[in-house]
Ligand binder design. Sequence first.
Ligand SMILES: [Zn+2]
Ligand SMILES: [Zn+2]
Length: 150
Amino acid sequence: MILWLYHDHPKEAPVLARAIAHLYGIEVEDRGRLSMPAGAQQNAAFLLRHLERRSGAHPTLWLVDRSLFFPRTGELFGCAAGRLALLSGADLDLDTLVKEALHEVGHILGLDHCKGPCLMSLSRSHEEARAKPPVLCPDCSAQLERLLSP
Ligand SMILES: [Zn+2]
Ligand SMILES: [Zn+2]
């Protein structure tokens, strides 16, 4: 599988791409900048629809430079729908940004949220995002292996 990475972050993008390729053993293609649609540019649902028009069903992560909210859910670092995911690089340090990127790619690959100390645990705050480990727990690792096996 080749994951497409769109981003407004030329410095951080290669770091994210390497971390994703390393953890999941997939190829990452740096697609550069994706132009913002006119309109509600912090509305994650709106941006996901824009991304879908560009990527179709191709697995894609889009790192944007603004903070995001999801209608009725509130502010979030990132979100995924099907094979598409968004991530905000607006106010995360690089280590945390890498973890959240790996988390969103986990969703793209089919993993759900996990309660354990695990990359796939849900982060509602900076503290939770910083505290979680940069790796999958044994359960999620086993599930990923099943998801990635042909
Ligand atoms: Zn999540
Ligand atoms: Zn887990």
